[in-house]
Design a protein around this ligand. Structure first.
Ligand SMILES: Cc1ncc(C[n+]2csc(CCOP(=O)(O)OP(=O)(O)O)c2C)c(N)n1
Length: 369
């Protein structure tokens, strides 16, 4: 399904109506801010200020649509790549990056923001999303849950368990798969033999729709319908957005080893920002002055984020182990003791190294671990 193509030309659809210009202007602002956030975070990784950043550069239309179609009381269950969606839901960039900086499990209160912590294990969040949506129904609330995952995550058992449970119990959840064609270096053809990921809905007895993931209007229209159905008691849906990961999986990945540069280049023409800008401008809903104001807004956000991440924070490493369970089990004790030992030995090494001797109190050479 597509409503606006690469050139900004519209394609009417019998089922899905074009969102209002007012909503599309809001979406475009979020696209531009989201792109700036992605690029700022990638720069912060290179400066050693962030441990890792899985960028959604090129996938911003999915991120923006997933957050804009939800009401205030709905929940979002994101993955590690969904920082732009989280920020667009009201979490500040600084809070969103605490996990990726390696400081803490999550930098925001999920109950306050109605955004679950970002999940790094693939597809586990889908089961949590279904559990929350089911609980909300049992309590008589009209909450809808948007559960995000990638194409690679659809090969995990948790994905299938989540879809099956959701369909059997008619749970108000929208499974939104961002198919960016790769699970790190593994292409989609090695993940599934199905004609599309949307086809997987059929086997579970729920509606499935494939949409152009770089067309924010189309993604919003399809997700709107799925959210409305869920809220009305019509159960879950599966939406597959076809998009492309424009950059490497993370800074630890060399994507030149598994894909051709021409392929990546071809997707530049399908950029979600360009086509929405072209559409809004032709509709008289966007001007060059609006561009300047929005660029200034994005720069202010990026500059505030740089300042926040340039501040050194004092973290207590034991906190990472302290609050996972009410009382800490033996395996976490072992992990903490191992880390504590390493920290103590590193501190001793640095202290003796700084004194110029490079030896420990007992006179033996300290080993760097
Ligand atoms: C359960 C599990 N298995 C393996 C991994 C290692 N891993 C991290 S990211 C990734 C690829 C995920 O690809 P996809 O679901 O398409 O999401 P994308 O990164 O493309 O957004 C893998 C296999 C993991 N994090 N969790």
């Amino acid at each position: 399904m597509q409503l606006i193509d690469e050139t900004g030309t519209t394609h009417a659809d019998d089922t899905y109506a074009m969102p209002s210009n007012e909503r599309l202007v809001a979406a475009y602002r979020a696209l531009v801010n989201g792109r700036r956030l992605n690029d700022q975070c990638s720069a912060l990784v290179r400066q050693g200020r962030l441990a890792v950043y899985p960028s959604s550069h090129g996938q911003e239309a999915c991120q923006v649509a997933a957050s804009l179609v939800l009401s205030e009381n709905d929940w979002l269950f994101p993955t590690y790549r969904d920082t732009v969606a989280i920020v667009n839901r009201g979490v500040t960039p600084e809070e969103a990056l605490v996990l990726l900086r390696g400081d803490w499990h999550s930098g925001y209160d999920p109950k306050h923001t109605r955004v679950a912590p970002q999940a790094t294990p693939l597809a586990t969040q889908l089961l949590h999303a279904v559990g929350l949506a089911h609980a909300a129904t049992l309590r008589g609330e009209d909450t809808v849950v948007m559960a995000l995952c990638g194409d690679g995550a659809t090969s995990e058992g948790d994905f299938h368990e989540a879809l099956n449970f959701a369909a059997v119990f008619m749970v108000p959840v929208v499974f939104f798969v961002q198919n960016n064609e790769f699970a790190i270096s593994v292409p989609l053809a090695k993940q599934t033999h199905a004609p599309s990921l949307a086809h997987k809905a059929i086997g579970y007895g729920m509606p499935g729709q494939r949409v152009d993931g770089n067309d924010v209007a189309a993604v919003m229209a399809v997700l709107d319908e799925a959210v409305e159905r869920a809220r009305g008691g019509g159960g879950p849906s599966l939406v597959e957005a076809h998009t492309y990961r424009m950059q490497a999986h993370t800074n630890a990945d060399d994507d030149t080893r598994y894909r051709e540069r021409d392929e990546v280049k071809a997707w530049v023409e399908r950029d979600p920002l360009t086509r929405m800008r072209a559409y809004l401008s032709a509709a008289g809903a966007w001007s060059a002055e609006d561009d300047s104001a929005l660029a200034a807004e994005a720069e202010t956000m990026a500059s505030a984020l740089r300042d926040a991440l340039n501040r050194e924070v004092e973290v207590d490493p034991e906190d990472l182990f302290r609050y996972v369970y009410a009382s800490r089990p033996a395996h976490l004790d072992r992990q903490w003791n191992k880390l504590k030992d390493e920290l103590e030995r590193t501190a001793a090494f640095e202290a003796t190294g700084a004194a110029g001797g490079g030896t420990t109190e007992s006179g033996t050479k300290e080993q760097k671990s």
